[in-house]
Design a protein around this ligand. Structure first.
Ligand SMILES: C[S@@+](CC[C@H](N)C(=O)[O-])C[C@H]1O[C@@H](n2cnc3c(N)ncnc32)[C@H](O)[C@@H]1O
Length: 289
């Protein structure tokens, strides 16, 4: 249900609780709630610190809405860069993998943009797998560790392997905003001493899964991009770094679907060494920037 009056009545609650986008959040809650009492209940959960996406039960990125369950990583607006790169590289009838899929948002964006592609998803956390199976074709969501969870028939056939791996250095976990520390599983965040442990393992595994013109897309914080590039190059890949726009401070979490740019992060894109230059898409050529 939605009415300007209801949203107006909820706004002070969000504002008093320190929500930066109080008015927009109040409108989303008012629109989502079934009754005024339900709206008040949701607004109180939000005011108590529950992330907006968990209050609503959904998150949106690039116009695609997915269900998000408690404990599952909440899609970040900055991952739109990763999603855009993946969509741009995936052929109409290509094969894509969303490794470390969480809710499955990146796979869902790929399916929306390329309905004839075969898109698989993998996560190690059973909660995330259950959530992703509600957002994606369930038979294409696999439970397990990185590439080991993929069907063997995908060896050498993946056009786009996108992976928003956990990449927070372990000693920085305690510095994360409460919404991440308290509401997301450590497995979704902890990337080991320098944040790149999972990426190192992925870099060793990915080349065996890629098609000759395939590409790996990963996301890191800006300060990790140099090391990430080296890790991927050492694995025989050809890395290229793209940087998401810098804008709002980290504490100002916009409501789901808000298109405002987020703090800088880098998408490191790594294509395999050129094996078939004549057919290699131009967008996969190496360039550093
Ligand atoms: C940063 S979240 C990304 C979720 C989603 N791709 C997104 O962008 O919203 C990382 C995800 O990786 C999963 N994960 C962590 N280690 C993994 C592993 N070894 N194999 C597969 N998934 C893993 C976590 O459970 C979590 O869902």
């Amino acid at each position: 249900m939605s009415s300007p009056t209801l949203a107006d009545s909820l706004t002070p609650l969000s504002r008093d609780a320190g929500c930066v986008f109080a008015e927009q959040e109040a409108h989303l809650i008012a629109h989502h709630a079934r009754t005024p009492a339900h709206a008040a209940d949701l607004a109180e959960r939000r005011a108590a610190g529950t992330p907006l996406e968990h209050v609503l039960g959904w998150a949106r990125l690039r116009g695609v809405t997915v269900r998000v369950d408690p404990g599952v990583f909440l899609p970040r607006p900055r991952s739109a860069l990763l999603a855009d790169l993946a969509v741009g590289l995936l052929p109409e009838r290509g094969v894509a993998v969303d490794l470390c899929c969480g809710s499955g948002i990146l796979a869902a964006i790929l399916i929306a943009a390329r309905p004839h592609a075969r898109v698989h998803a993998v996560d190690l956390d059973p909660n995330a797998v259950a959530c992703a199976r509600r957002n994606l074709p369930a038979h294409r969501v696999h439970h397990g560790d990185l590439c080991a969870a993929l069907p063997p028939r995908l060896r050498g056939r993946v056009d786009v392997l996108v992976a928003n791996v956990p990449h927070v250095p372990t000693d920085r976990l305690r510095l994360l905003p409460a919404e991440a520390r308290l509401y997301e599983a450590p497995l979704a965040l902890d990337g080991g001493p320098d944040g790149l442990d999972v990426l190192r393992r992925l870099a060793r595994q990915a080349p065996g899964r890629l098609a000759p013109t395939g590409t790996v897309l990963v996301e890191t914080a800006a300060h990790q991009a140099g090391t990430a590039r080296k890790v991927l190059a050492d694995a025989g890949l050809r890395p290229e770094v793209r940087t998401a726009p810098t804008a709002t401070p980290p504490s100002s979490r916009p409501p789901p679907g808000d298109p405002r740019p987020r703090p800088a992060s880098s998408s490191v894109r790594a294509g395999e060494p050129v094996r078939a230059p004549a057919t290699r898409p131009a967008s996969s050529r190496v360039s550093y920037g």
